[in-house]
Design a protein around this ligand. Structure first.
Ligand SMILES: Nc1ncnc2c1ncn2[C@@H]1O[C@H](COP(=O)(O)OP(=O)(O)OP(=O)(O)O)[C@@H](O)[C@H]1O
Ligand SMILES: [Mg+2]
Length: 297
């Protein structure tokens, strides 16, 4: 049975999507050197911005059926096939390769051999999902609809990771109800911890009302600037507040992470570990730490 992890922080732009696409890719492809065994992973996009698919170079025009259709039609019928909604590793690989060709038109040899993904499926979202927030509000069992969807495929995957929007609305609540574990990325900046109280209150409310199983797996500090006093302070406060739940690995602020969506692939796929900078290594280090924590549960 798959373990389900929701990546949540209602603060916008704190690297939720960057974190889930790199984590899901690392766990799906695996890595001998890091001792990460390949796992079958489903990455679910609950954010109407739909950035998960675009990070893998999937053109929004060719996205096919999305979470919105699944929520509005599929969830009530027992005989839907989630295969119709998922984008699999073959399509993701060819999308990444054509995105690479788009940004490197002069390189005749074609995409390098590291541009591939195995074992990863995504359930994409698009802007229509924003209407679902309102539509769900009037439905019975509105907090549990994603859980019903995922119950149908839990046996087919090892790990299910959910990306969420920058809000604590019903789409995020659906993710929190469906998950066993929470992953919270925090951007290392001045206001980072201010919203934490509100987030913790919401999580407590979800634990009490709909999902008593929900546990905090960990907090990941992102966009950390070296030699920044402010970043050190945020890291120190986060550790004081959350103790060992804060991952040892920190993700540095890096231009290559910011630019990787342009290349049409998450950085752990587009760049080799050995010859690149600390940014790609940091996401592999994080995947290893995450994997260990998950195995210890
Ligand atoms: N470590 C990093 N260094 C530099 N830029 C980063 C880093 N991580 C993410 N970014 C950039 O910061 C922006 C926000 O990241 P991302 O989209 O992953 O965050 P998010 O929390 O999912 O945002 P949103 O609220 O839009 O869903 C993006 O432009 C991304 O490329
Ligand atoms: Mg996002």
């Amino acid at each position: 049975m798959a373990v389900v992890i929701a990546c949540v922080n209602h603060k916008g732009g704190c690297a939720r999507t960057t974190t889930v696409v790199n984590l899901a890719s690392s766990l799906a492809n695996g890595n001998n050197e890091y001792g990460i065994l390949p796992r079958k992973v489903l990455l679910v996009d609950m954010d109407p911005k739909g950035n998960v698919a675009t990070t893998f170079g999937v053109d929004k025009k060719n996205i096919g059926l999305t979470m919105n259709e699944l929520f509005s039609k599929g969830v009530d019928s027992s005989n839907i096939s989630l295969d119709d909604y998922m984008i699999g590793p073959g399509t993701l690989t060819s999308s990444m390769k054509s995105a690479w060709r788009g940004v490197n038109p002069d390189r005749k040899k074609g995409p390098p051999k590291n541009i591939f993904i195995n074992n990863l499926w995504i359930l994409p979202a698009d802007l229509d999902l924003s209407g679902m927030e309102i539509d769900l509000a009037t439905r019975v069992g509105r907090e549990n609809r994603l859980k019903l969807v995922l119950n149908q495929v839990k046996e087919d995957f090892d790990i299910i990771i959910i990306d969420t929007p920058a809000s604590l609305g019903l789409l995020t609540i659906n993710a929190l109800s469906a998950a066993q574990f929470l992953l919270i990325p925090i951007q290392a900046e001045f206001y980072a911890l201010e919203g934490m109280r509100q987030l913790i209150d919401s999580i407590n409310m979800i634990q009490k009302s709909v999902n008593p199983e929900l546990r905090l797996l960990g907090i990941l500090l992102t966009m950390v600037q070296s030699r920044s006093k402010l970043c050190e302070k945020v890291a120190e406060q986060a550790r004081k507040f959350f103790g060992e739940r804060v991952f040892e690995t920190q993700i540095p602020r890096s231009i290559s992470i910011a630019e990787s969506p342009l290349e049409g692939a998450p950085i752990v796929i587009s760049q080799n570990i050995n010859k690149s900078n600390s940014a790609v290594k940091s996401y592999w280090d994080f995947a290893k730490e995450f994997d260990r924590r998950l195995n210890k549960r």
